[in-house]
Design a protein around this ligand. Sequence first.
Ligand code: FAD
Length: 461
Amino acid sequence: MKSAQVVTELTAIVGSGNVLTQSADRDPFERDWTGRYVGATPAVVLPGSTEEVSTVLAFCNQHLVSVVPQGGNTGQVGGSVPLSGEIVLSLRRLKRIDSVNDDVPSVIVGAGVTLDEVLELANQHGLTFGVDLSPKEDATVGGMIATNAGGLRFLRYGSMRNQLLGIEAVLADGTVISHLRGLPKDNSGYDLPSLFCGSEGTLGVITAASIKLVPQQPLHAVALVGLESFNDALATVRLLRATGMLESAEVILPAGVDLVADFLQASPPFNGAKVYLVVELAGISQVTKTLEKELRAQQKQFVLASDSKEREELWRWRRTHSKAISWHCHREGYSAPQKYDVSIPLQNTVPFLHEIEEACSGLNTAKVIVFGHIGDGNLHINVLGTFDQAFSNRIDETVLQTTIDYGGSISAEHGIGTSKSRYLPQYRTPEELRLFDTLKCALDPHRILNPNVLHVNGANQ
Ligand SMILES: Cc1cc2nc3c(=O)[nH]c(=O)nc-3n(C[C@H](O)[C@H](O)[C@H](O)COP(=O)(O)OP(=O)(O)OC[C@H]3O[C@@H](n4cnc5c(N)ncnc54)[C@H](O)[C@@H]3O)c2cc1C
């Protein structure tokens, strides 16, 4: 079927105001947040209900029209943009918000509800949400489930998978799978939220979910800590974990702090550390005192904040890293940064980082900026410089193979997307990939959903 006819049919389903075909309107949906992936689509389709999602997918399946589901388009692995001319199915209009269940703190929300909206709703009930990421205004519940997002509070609450009580998703042929009872205990067969969580839009389109909310911790304290070495940082996190109040433990390094200082036109509270930690403790009593006591006992250089504005001031040294890196690359005329989100066994992080730095300097890259969720062994490695495709592939191979050699995972929280698709067979066994493919064939036999993502298709053939 010709593109124009597809657009006409889709317009009949969702209404003319909800199909974007003009280049200027399509543009923000065609490029990803990193700037590394830019595609093209005949149309961005914005359904307003689960029924419309179902009708759109049934039509696309029947006519073999490929579809890329998209939420807030903040993904980091090129999974949310149309790289092969797919239709973009934007779920942003799915804004259902049911009443909060105060007995089992939870709520049913539509896939297009943003993290900010969830946090605001939870706050009105004296609750909060376990997953916290920087792009709160844009990241959607659907996208966060599809990528099994981790974030800054993983240490305490786990990832999106741990927040799910139920899910509603539409399969490629338009079948609606709805299990939204939201029971905290429910062993009635396969766990469907887990199946769709982390599937990156390849098995179905998530339209709603029942998500847990958690009690707010009344007291919080944040510290920016200066340390002598990475091992020192690991030891500090170990001690703070033992308080039972550790909510976040993030590592940043001087090269990243310098970029953030440049970007914010601000000076860090102190200089001269070889490694920095941003740590947050939260609880019902003695929070600031405990943090101060622990850090003083270890004779660390640190700045402490318990007031919310001052806490945010300290957090921005970590939260602004991704933006500062993109800004710096743009200013220097570099390529979009090569981003890796790896998971490394904690005991291997020091030799791993040493090897990555050596390998990247051997490749003559301009800069390597490392930061991340040190408490989970999750490091974000950003390689900066000017790369052609072949060079870019060499960096990918070097970083990802080193990760595997050190017993790590090639994706801790961002997913595989398109950026790491071809490296999946190096990390998962042929047997695992065959099972992935079996699931894909069962749920999306014509492979219309996110055909470039995960590349289950053909990865094991
Ligand atoms: C500054 C910055 C900081 C970040 N920090 C973190 C972090 O700490 N931890 C972390 O885990 N991530 C982080 N991310 C990555 C990103 O925010 C998350 O992956 C987020 O979960 C993506 O949500 P989204 O709505 O933007 O999804 P999108 O980017 O639109 O999509 C991501 C993937 O999910 C699929 N998808 C989207 N919606 C649906 C749906 N309804 N049904 C099926 N598939 C769907 C897409 O096809 C794509 O494959 C960060 C990103 C930025 C820009």
